[in-house]
Design a protein around this ligand. Sequence first.
Ligand SMILES: C[S@@+](CC[C@H](N)C(=O)[O-])C[C@H]1O[C@@H](n2cnc3c(N)ncnc32)[C@H](O)[C@@H]1O
Ligand code: SF4
Length: 364
Amino acid sequence: MVDAIYIHIPFCVKKCGYCDFLSFQSTESQREEYINKIIDEIRLYPKVKYDTIYFGGGTPSLLEPYQVKKILKELDFDETTEITLEVNPKTVDKEKLEQLKEAGINRLSIGIQSFNETFLKKLGRIHSKDEGINTYNLAREIGFKNISIDLMFSLPEQKIEDLKEDLKMVFKLNPEHFSIYSLIWEEGTPFYEKLLSGEYHETDNDIEADMYKLIIDSSKKNGYHHYEISNFCKEGRESRHNTKYWRNREYIGVGLGASGYIDSVRYKNTSDFKEYFKFLEEKRFPKMEEEIVDEILKEEYKHILGLRLLEEGISQSNEGKYQKKYESLKKNGYITEKKIKNEDRYILTEKGLFLANEVFEEFI
Ligand SMILES: C[S@@+](CC[C@H](N)C(=O)[O-])C[C@H]1O[C@@H](n2cnc3c(N)ncnc32)[C@H](O)[C@@H]1O
Ligand code: SF4
């Protein structure tokens, strides 16, 4: 039975220069109407008890706490449910954080990206270094016990020393979890234009690998598990919601452009605002793309997603038709064997981790 839901909130105060997530500026009334449509969409699904609820974006923290509460009222959950909300520092203050907590949010994912003013400006972020830190400290002060931070690296002209400073601040703040993403140059973004015009340059591959290694080594030294390619956490503080994706579990996705995976079908909702509204006015699912996940595809997903979980990997009993593939990956040093709870499993080696995309291609 599905027990996870992703809720997409496609609104941002201002678009960041590198971002091609589905998000845009909005008015108060658009947000209110959108919340009502999200509720209509939730009502199309059977009522289930949720283990994880995830408000992602865009900038879900742009919503008023009563709107978050209104959505949560539609969902069945209890005090054990992990309920995450992505936060952009400029959009919350103490009172709002208190109200979000009171509404039921028990995990925050704060989009910090960098603690360096120059890079924050370059990225087009709406907050300063201090505002990022203050948001984190306020959340702690009012009692959030599960906080994640998003950081980015491999930024234009970023030096290893700059990254060291950012990491130092992460370890000082001591969140339960952090994600760190290497910049992707997305076509159509202002960053991509600057790359084409020669104003910005891609980071040299060797420097990027050194940066990634620095992140991994310093995180371990500071007591973090590197449990997924881009994700680090304190003992037992994995993102329960995202771990379901990597374990190839089914989940409901609601909202504009949201993806979901239910009853062996992976789907994507329409990204057209008007169309999304129209579908829901007609009480129809706003799905645009559907992929039937047959046994062959399910196997592919299982291996590609499962190997991302660096401490868990894939059970050897699941190797099936990939037996020869695993043997050769092992022989070439990309994967290794690990016994977990008396079960033999395959996990990526450090070499496999740095060449993860090549490893994953083997399963397609
Ligand atoms: C949808 S955003 C959620 C957080 C919120 N919107 C914010 O930015 O504060 C998820 C994360 O993806 C990362 N991200 C977005 N665009 C990226 C890109 N082009 N390359 C690498 N990471 C990116 C950022 O770290 C961002 O925090
Ligand atoms: S990175 Fe986050 S805040 Fe910036 S535009 Fe993308 S979704 Fe919005």
